[in-house]
Design a protein around this ligand. Sequence first.
Ligand SMILES: C[S@@+](CC[C@H](N)C(=O)[O-])C[C@H]1O[C@@H](n2cnc3c(N)ncnc32)[C@H](O)[C@@H]1O
Length: 288
Amino acid sequence: MKNYEKELDFDNAKKGYKKLDNGTFVYKNVIQPFSKFSPAYVLTNEDIRWISGLTQAKDIRVLTVAGSGDQPMFYRMHGAKEIDTFDISFCSKAMIDIKNSAAHKLRYEEYVNLIQDLYKSDDISKIPNIQNILSEIPNDSLTFIQQMKNYLIFANGLNPCEYKNFILTKKEFEQMRSRTSTPFNFIWTDIDNLHLHLTKKYNVINLSNIIEYMTDKDKIYQTLINLRKHLKPNGCIIVQTGLLGVHKKNDMFYELNKDLKNWAKFGKVRKNPKDLNSYTIAFLQRTR
Ligand SMILES: C[S@@+](CC[C@H](N)C(=O)[O-])C[C@H]1O[C@@H](n2cnc3c(N)ncnc32)[C@H](O)[C@@H]1O
């Protein structure tokens, strides 16, 4: 597991945040919402319960965006044997390490409160139970959180109280607890360079909610070509999720389907096949 301590440039990380009148430091780059130190989400708003459930086979190897940590947690809960994560932002590593430790150190109600506190706290060191949680996380995340404790590094997206149904249920929390507490592997990279860091082949590569923010078709195309080499035969890249995003890129998926047909097929899966408005994912499956 790589330790990123030497690569953490705190001056640079802090420069990305501005001080408000009330003394709070918030991320300032609205034009570039994702960067090396952009805040992490505390909760996913994708239907990761359903998505990770599509590939429930044991023994699978998964590569997923780290994001809020919910993706890797749900894959682990569903029995994936090996899970690697990646993200452009180091804040996501801090988040997955906190969540992983918290799932083993806290009671369910404390875990739910932690999600809310991480989103809004302007002093992470004062969050209840935080020292207990931090005692188990890798050094790079620990140092980062200590240095950035007064910065809103977990405040991306909506307030988690707006979408409470996405938080782990008590049953899921208990399932998570019963799994290993080993920290998730993390690769700190932009998706463009992700393939340069990979040495394994995966059954599932989940790019959940990244391509949605990419507008350059050639770049998307090249990313998929690069990642395809890291899929096992019949393995899938979950290219995009969410009904609206998938519909918006329909034409592009159709074109890519034609271009890539020698080695892969594109498809879409709707959560409720009878309902056109149902949650949808677009995937690319390696066929040879
Ligand atoms: C909209 S969020 C989706 C994550 C998911 N909803 C969650 O919260 O678990 C996008 C995630 O992808 C990361 N990301 C965005 N652009 C990226 C890029 N070009 N390369 C790598 N990661 C990226 C962001 O830092 C963020 O964690």
